[in-house]
Design a protein around this ligand. Sequence first.
Ligand SMILES: *Cc1c(COP(=O)(O)O)cnc(C)c1O
Length: 392
Amino acid sequence: MIPYGKQAITGDDLAAVRSVLESDFLTSGPEIERFESALAEACGARHAVAVCNATAALHLAMRVTGIGPGDRVVTSPITFVASANAGEYVGAEVDFADVSEDDANIDPTSVAARAREGGLDAIVAVDYAGRPADLPALSSLAKEHGAVLIADGCHAIGTRFEVDGIPYRVGGNPFADITTFSFHPVKTITAGEGGALVTDNAEYAERARSLRSHGIERTGAEGPWFYEMRELGYNYRLTDFQAALGRSQLARLPENRARRQEIAARYAGELADIDCLALPKLERRSGRLGYGAGDLCLHLYPVRIDFAAIGKTRAQVMEELAGLGVGTQVHYIPVHLQPYYVGKYGYAPGKCQEAEAFYQQCLTLPLFPGMSDADAATVVAAVRAVVSPGAR
Ligand SMILES: *Cc1c(COP(=O)(O)O)cnc(C)c1O
C-alpha cells in the first residue's frame, strides 16, 4: 500500500543519530544549537528555537507574544486541531474565519469580519498543504488591530513566495511575527517528534528558550549550582539525537522539495482532464502575494472530488483506491465543528461555509519524497479508474 505520506530516512540520518547516542549529551547538548542555526539559515530568520513538537511551539508563540485571557485568537478551520488549541491553552477565546475557495487558506476578508464582530489579538495562519497563506494581507490586518500574526508553517517548510515581486521564505519574512514548524514523521522533514519556532524578534526567541525549560535561568549568582525560576515554564525540550536527525533531514530539504514538485507536476499533467476532480492550484499571481509551482514545498496533495457526481461516497472511493494499493487521507475535518469547540462556543455548521464545502470534497493523494515513478503511476491509474465519472 502506498501511504499518503511517509518519512525518508537515509544512512546519513542513522549516522547522525548514532553519533549523538555515543556522545556525552543526549539532551540540551550542542546538537540543539546546531539544528537551530541550520533551521534559521534555511528559513532566512534571525532566530530558531527547537522544541519537542509544533503544538509546544504554538503554545510558546502564544506565551511570548502575551496572548492570554480576554484575548481573541482567530484561526483557520482547515488545519490540525493544534493551531486552534494553542489559544485555548493560554485561556484566550478562539474563533474561526472562513477559508478561500482557491487554496483553503484563511481568507483575510473573513478575518476582518471576525475582527469587526469581536476584536482581534492574534491570527494563526496555516499554510495549508504547503501553499503560503496571504501573509501580507493578514499582516496589515494584524497591524490595524494591534494583533500578532503567528504563521503555522507546519505544512510549508521550504516554501518560497513573492510579495510585490520581492522573494521571501516561509519563516523568513517580515509579515509573520513567529512561524512554527513540526517535525512529526508525516511532515515534510522529521525528527521523530519535534518542532520549532522561528522569528526575527530576539526577545521572543529568548523567552521561548527559557519557557521551554521551566522558565529557569542559570545565573550562577550564588555559585555554579545557582538558578532562578523566573516564570512558569514547561519541559518542551527536544533531545540532541532528534535535533541531529532534524539537521540531517534539513540538509536534504532541497532534494525533498524537488521530488515533491516532480510528483505534483506528474499528477497535474496526468489527472487534469478528469471531470469531477479538481487539482490544487500551484500558481498564484493575483494581489500582492505570488508564487509558482517551483516555489512550493508541498506537504500534502489535496484534491477535490465531486462525490455526488461520480455516484460514490468518499468512504467508497477511499476503499476502492486502497484496493488498488493507494492510501489516502482527509485533511481536515473543520476544527470549529469538533465537539470541544461546538460545546464551548456553540459553533455550528454554516459558520465557515467554504471550509465546510472543502471538507465535503477533499481527499489527500500520496505525496512524499520516497515515492518512485512507478508509485506515482499506480496512483494516477488508480485515481483514473475510481474517480472518472461513469466509472461505476
Ligand atoms: C502537524 C501539525 C501541527 C502539530 O504538530 P506536532 O508537531 O504534531 O505537535 C500543528 N499545525 C499543523 C498545521 C500541523 O499540520
